[in-house]
Design a protein around this ligand. Sequence first.
Ligand SMILES: Cc1ncc(COP(=O)(O)O)c(C=O)c1O
Length: 365
Amino acid sequence: MPVPFADLQLQYHAIKAEIDGAVANVIRDSAFIRGPYVDAFEREFAAAVDAKHCVSCANGTDALYLAMAALKVKPGDEVITTAHSWISTSAMITHAGATPVFCDTDGSTFTIDPAAIEAAITPRTVGIIPVHLYGQPADMDAIMGIANRHRLWVIEDCAQAHLARYKGRQVGTFGSAATYSFYPGKNLGAMGDAGAVVTGDAVLAEHMTTLARHGGLVKHQHQIEGINSRLDGLQAAILSAKLPHLAAWTRARQEAAKVYDSGLNQIEDVVVPEIAPDRTHVYHLYTIRHPRRDELVKHLSANGIQTAVNYPTALPFLAAYSRFKHRPEQFPNAYADQRSIVSLPMFAEITQEQQEEVVNLIRKL
Ligand SMILES: Cc1ncc(COP(=O)(O)O)c(C=O)c1O
């Protein structure tokens, strides 16, 4: 039985009438750029993630840029982030004008190690970007404690963590701002690129909106030099149609994770995702560690099971960062993980039979 890594068709067909209706409304109203559908989604998403303000934009990468530009990052500044993420997190630090400083992960949760943050702070450090990787929150109490002691801002990268909670509180509500991606495969996904920044700070929200709209809130009155980063009306309406289902889809992912956990826990070589106490994982990805990862990927692929490696090279070791001459011993956990991690098929509609097939094939190896 082949098992896909994710299946966007199943989700679409389950709510086809709602999606098709939303798209038809936007076309009927020619509300393609900004307008009521974008405004409505911003309101609804802010409410869903317990944020005061939501500034929508073109994608999760721009969201990171907008947040840092609004926080007035400048050349010479250093921004601390995790060694284990998608390149957007660190690339936008550079594009905003600062220097990325990487910290190792904690060895269990795939998120940034607070002790490593403390050691990486210099007089040039201005902020920290923790990433709630795969859907598990980073250690926000420890991170906010460090940030407050050193007067640093925090931007939470929530691209993979819609509705995740830390000690009962939603991610994205701890720092100065939090960024989201609605890339189609994300837990809340558009039908194209889409993103947002949320914040509790009205001044920051207005600054990010200004930056995202060519530097002006009124046509032809450009207060600053901005960029063009817009969520379009079609994506906004699609996201509004999907948002009421997000909590149920998240619970389905969490149930599926339990099925994997109980099957895989009995297999000696497999390390299932470790969840720190008081954190709610939303399983954007279900990522295991296996000492013979490449062999496992080949074996599953030969049997029709799609997997993914997120990510095969930890950020410090990418060619894009060769200028820093990073060494493996600086990031032992991220370095070890890049050779052992593999993400298994995970989506809200995955069946128990499909999961049993995956588990049985792993057991066979
Ligand atoms: C952790 C992380 N940060 C940022 C992004 C960037 O989001 P987007 O693809 O919408 O630009 C992604 C998505 O790929 C991500 O996974």
